[in-house]
Design a protein around this ligand. Structure first.
Ligand SMILES: *[C@@H]1O[C@H](CO)[C@@H](O)[C@H](O)[C@H]1NC(C)=O
Ligand SMILES: *[C@@H]1O[C@H](CO)[C@@H](O)[C@H](O)[C@H]1NC(C)=O
Ligand SMILES: *[C@@H]1O[C@H](CO)[C@@H](O)[C@H](O)[C@H]1NC(C)=O
Ligand SMILES: *[C@@H]1O[C@H](CO)[C@@H](O)[C@H](O)[C@H]1NC(C)=O
Length: 281
């Protein structure tokens, strides 16, 4: 009699233990799964044309900077190979379209602006709204409050929400000011780094060599007036282009990057100023 009671008790304890261990195991499985759902991936989108010397500095610098922050990233260098004037906005739109299936956020990144402050400039997933890292407070050159150029982090969802960038800007400048208005129109807040231990001389390094690469500031016809209009219906969904080549390349140090050679289509009715007689690249 006594022995059977002990046996039954042991059995109950055994089953309770088995049940608890199973529960614990299941909960562990579940947290692993939610964790993998929280992992984000960044596309570093770099508008590019004939800047191989800057690319050789940019890639190793950015790769170690992002690795030190444990940011899962790919490099997407969007190389304009047509004969039109440089179109930074269209190149960013194309980089977004070509990477959105395998990343959930992007950073539009000038090739000549290198972040130096590891702690103060996190390339994190911007879940509350776009993060403008190249803040006018810390940028070596641009200090006007609505500046959003240089380096801007945005989720694919938010980029889609503003319909990307206006593809009407050929030549240098203003496309980022248009983008600022697009963001504001949707009511999104722009976040910026603040209270950094560094200032506008040592938060970023600007490696642009003006004597080697002249900028195309020319304005033709109605270009200036048109540049002030927002055209929200034009954006990444109206950017027309052709991919000439897409290749996974490696630097000498073994850093992988995608080189995307593209030809942007110019609508001469909309923007007759997309060609420049003196061909400044
Ligand atoms: C930044 O510094 C200002 C003034 O020193 C302070 O009022 C503010 O709370 C600080 N912000 C953060 C996010 O630390
Ligand atoms: C910026 O910081 C550096 C290093 O701390 C310092 O030498 C320099 O004077 C500062 N510049 C300005 C304009 O505050
Ligand atoms: C592109 O998106 C904008 C804004 O969502 C929309 O108004 C426009 O009709 C779209 N254009 C095309 C060609 O899909
Ligand atoms: C590319 O840039 C180099 C200077 O780095 C310049 O000498 C060359 O003419 C440029 N090529 C084109 C096609 O503009």
């Amino acid at each position: 009699m006594f022995k059977i009671r002990v046996l039954i008790r042991l059995c109950i304890i055994y089953f309770i233990l088995f049940f608890l261990i199973s529960l614990w195991y299941l909960s562990k499985l579940e947290t692993n799964e939610t964790k993998s759902r929280l992992i984000h991936r960044l596309a570093v989108i770099v508008p590019y044309r004939n800047r191989s010397n800057e690319l050789e500095i940019f890639l190793p610098h950015m790769n170690s900077f992002l690795n030190s922050q444990s940011v899962d990233h790919i490099f997407m260098i969007v190389n304009q190979v047509d004969k039109h004037r440089f179109n930074r906005a269209a190149l960013i739109n194309i980089g977004f379209i070509e990477s959105r299936t395998f990343v959930d956020y992007i950073v539009m990144h000038d090739i000549d602006l290198l972040p130096l402050n590891h702690k103060g400039l996190p390339y994190i997933y911007p879940k509350y709204g776009p993060i403008h890292l190249a803040s006018p407070e810390y940028h070596p050159i641009y200090h006007y409050p609505s500046y959003v150029g240089g380096i801007l982090i945005i989720t694919c969802k938010d980029f889609e929400r503003v319909n990307g960038m206006s593809p009407l800007y050929w030549g240098w400048g203003r496309e980022d000011d248009n983008f600022y208005v697009r963001i504001k129109r949707t009511g999104m807040k722009i976040y910026r780094p603040s209270n950094l231990s560094t200032n506008n001389t040592n938060t970023f390094q600007h490696i642009h060599d003006n004597s080697m690469h002249k900028r195309d500031y020319a304005k033709y016809g109605k270009q200036k007036e048109e540049g002030r209009k927002i055209y929200p219906e034009l954006g990444f969904n109206t950017t027309k282009y052709e991919i000439i080549n897409k290749e996974m390349k490696k630097t000498n140090q073994g850093i992988e990057y995608i080189m995307l050679d593209v030809k942007i289509e110019c609508d001469y009715n909309l923007t007759p100023w997309c060609d420049h007689p003196t061909n400044i690249f």
